[in-house]
Design a binder for this molecule. Structure first.
Ligand SMILES: *Cc1c(COP(=O)(O)O)cnc(C)c1O
Length: 374
């Protein structure tokens, strides 16, 4: 790469290599490597060419990156509640949240656990909705044997420094859709059409390009994917088997036939069964050798101040002020997600943790659960 004359992505050898490596795992025809997972999601949303005020259904516990692009496109994130065991979108609540303005569903495969794409896909077909899979936390996860991202209409991945695979910062948006797919590159590159060279701009789009140095790192990282996922999956499943009967601790559940790729290991504590608050329980687990962290995000997304104030653009929300949406985030309630914000605790898994390490972690969690039980 150091000998290259240009570090620009278009027809760059590193970018080409990255797309090749990516496609070995995700057979998606149209791929645009971009600057972040948030950028990938923004491109996927923008490519739908929706009208201001139209709605996309999202989960309330996720990274802000899931909704940034939705809001920048003057669209409305509509929050549906979670399943209390998988921590993923609950299809029954998604169905309740569909309105005449709904245009897409964004399943976020939380912590690496595949969403119920069968049920969500059925709702999407029934209401002619697009499905944008947020796979940022789910590199290597499989829904019923198929890699996540290859089931919905568009797939979005992140290479940020904390994900399974990292190139510092980066993302990928990809699709097999014959209409939408070929436009992804333009939606992430100022709507410049690099194929035809056309710069007579037909749409309004940001620049989210990835450059060659990041692509080189990401391509090299992609080759490690199967190994990383195998080890994380093994560690997560082992932890679940070892913690089965520990009272007061609810373990993450995935559907039979799915492969959870454990970006982290999310538990819920039945706090009424403990005689210490969550922070103390987690601290005691850390002291015993299990690096458990109390909580995940401080609130559901709709409870963040920016949502409560509807203050997305200079303290206001033009589409709401103009009557193009009646959404009031102060009135939104997703009881499962809100309960989970208050009682979850997670363990940061990684591929270097062998069986004996995980056994030690399980012993630590079990010891503390016993000692602090009410
Ligand atoms: C990390 C993450 C993103 C955003 O990815 P960035 O590369 O940090 O922009 C989006 N969605 C989810 C679920 C994530 O975990």
């Amino acid at each position: 790469m150091l000998g290259q004359e240009s570090l620009f992505y278009w027809k760059g050898p590193q970018t080409t290599a990255l797309i090749g490596e990516f496609r070995r795992h995700y057979p998606l025809q149209h791929c645009f490597p971009c600057s972040s997972g948030s950028a990938a999601l923004h491109v996927a949303v923008a490519a739908l060419r929706l009208k201001p005020g139209e709605e996309i259904i999202v989960p309330p516990i996720t990274d802000m990156g899931s909704v940034i692009g939705i809001l920048y496109q003057q669209l409305v994130p509509v929050f549906a509640d979670l399943d209390p065991q998988t921590y993923n979108l609950d299809p029954a609540d998604v169905r309740r949240k569909v309105t005449a303005k709904t245009r897409a569903i964004m399943p976020v495969h939380f912590a690496g656990n595949p969403c119920d794409l069968g049920a969500l896909g059925a709702i999407a077909r029934e209401h002619k909705l697009s499905v944008i899979e947020d796979c940022a936390q789910a590199w290597g996860a499989r829904w019923q044997g198929k890699p996540v991202g290859t089931i919905g209409d568009t797939a979005c991945y992140s290479f940020n420094d904390f994900k399974h695979l990292s190139c510092g910062d980066g993302g990928m948006v990809a699709s097999n859709d014959a209409t939408l797919g070929p436009t992804l590159q333009r939606w992430g590159d100022k709507y410049y059409d690099r194929v035809s060279g056309n710069r007579n701009i037909e749409e309004f789009a940001p620049n989210y390009r990835m450059s060659e140095p990041q692509a080189a790192v990401a391509a090299a990282q992609m080759t490690r994917l199967p190994g990383i996922v195998e080890l994380r999956h093994r560690a997560g499943e082992l932890l679940t088997s070892l913690l089965q009967d520990v009272p007061g601790i609810r373990l993450p559940a995935s559907a039979p036939g799915d492969t959870h790729s454990y970006w982290f290991y999310m538990m819920r504590l039945e706090l009424e069964r403990f005689r210490a608050p969550r922070a103390e329980i987690a601290a005691a687990m850390v002291a015993e050798g299990a690096s458990v962290i109390a909580g995940y995000i401080p609130h559901t997304l709709y409870q963040y101040p920016v949502f409560q104030r509807h203050g997305f653009f200079g303290g206001s929300w033009p589409i709401r002020d103009a009557g193009m949406t009646a959404m009031d985030y102060r009135a939104v309630s997703c009881p499962v997600a809100e309960a989970m914000v208050g009682d979850c605790a997670f363990f940061r898994l990684n591929e270097a943790m062998g069986d004996s390490y995980i056994e030690k972690v399980a012993r630590a969690i079990r010891t503390v659960a016993g000692r602090l039980a009410r």
